[in-house]
Design a protein around this ligand. Sequence first.
Ligand SMILES: Nc1ncnc2c1ncn2[C@@H]1O[C@H](COP(=O)(O)OP(=O)(O)OP(=O)(O)O)[C@@H](O)[C@H]1O
Ligand SMILES: [Mg+2]
Length: 365
Amino acid sequence: MTEPREPESYFSDERTDSTSHPAPPPPRPQQPGYDPNLPPLQQQYGQPQYPYPPLPQPSRPRHAAPERAVRPPKRVPQSGWRKAVYLASGKLINPGESPQEQRQRELVARVNQPLRGCFRIAMLSLKGGVGKTTITTTLGSTFAALRGDRVIAVDANPDRGTLSQKIPIETTATVRHLLRDADKITRYSDVRAYTSQGSSRLEILASEQDPAVSEAFSESDYLRTVNLLEHFYNIVLTDCGTGLMHSAMKGVLDAADALVVVSSGSVDGSRSASATLDWLDAHGYGDLVKRSVTVINSVRPKAGSVDLDKLAAHFAARTRAVCRIPFDPHLEEGAEIELERLTPETRMALLELAATMADAFPGKR
Ligand SMILES: Nc1ncnc2c1ncn2[C@@H]1O[C@H](COP(=O)(O)OP(=O)(O)OP(=O)(O)O)[C@@H](O)[C@H]1O
Ligand SMILES: [Mg+2]
């Protein structure tokens, strides 16, 4: 994997052009990767952008030496009866965090694992409409909202990809424009002029909307795009089309560090996801199959007669992990996605998915 280029200029927010593209965002961390010195995300991005309940740090005793002799203070509960007891007792009785709050804290820590270089995740499925674009956006948004580094999602869909419809549009530029101007791109602010950014800080690079032009988006075009992006972003997600044979797909598979195979909770959806894995195995991507995560995405409110546990067990035997995303009324709208509008169950499921993906980051602690 190529390391990110170090010259200061890549991370400078100095802007050199004055094109019609929107102004670049406020200053970002100057180095890629998680920076433990940054203030908590709640402070950096404000509460509205951060859809998970705040998790305050416990106050430390002033004279804590020797440290091991001091039992760490219980964390303050943030919800439910525990919080009520804590407040009603004038903060004298602290029942501690609920198991759910502890679980959330553990998942957030896993999502925030340090990452050296760039991690590339591709979303795949042979069947259309199972939620590839939805999962690309929500997984990318979860990473972007929680981590201090940069996250981008690329639309590699040859037939009028819908990724750019999932966040407010800031530019009409597409991947074609980025490739056309690639020679002039040396700073983050240069590449930012070609992307749109959502409230979670996830950026999106749109595909060409004319199917004739976008079909010509080749394997080498994709690889050039990703090679450019990996200098500026720490996580690159690629939303693929349904065809495994479309022009950019070989590039997507060759460049991917991890795959997310998306299945709906229906029989035909899961058959297609299985067929996707068979195809990958048969075409020399067996290693990638082992590194892939299956997402069972409930695009319908009811599972019907399908036993989702059996489905999960089937994919658990073939892929590294299985995550389930519940049906969510906000996702069903098929419009712009804001994490704050998802149900707590969906946000927790996305946190699980992001933590599972982050477990595969190279160079962890
Ligand atoms: N978890 C969910 N809950 C409710 N509805 C969902 C969920 N995931 C997806 N949907 C619905 O399914 C539709 C299709 O999802 P999406 O566009 O992400 O699929 P896709 O696999 O990218 O499709 P295509 O193959 O056409 O690109 C969405 O517009 C939305 O209405
Ligand atoms: Mg799609």
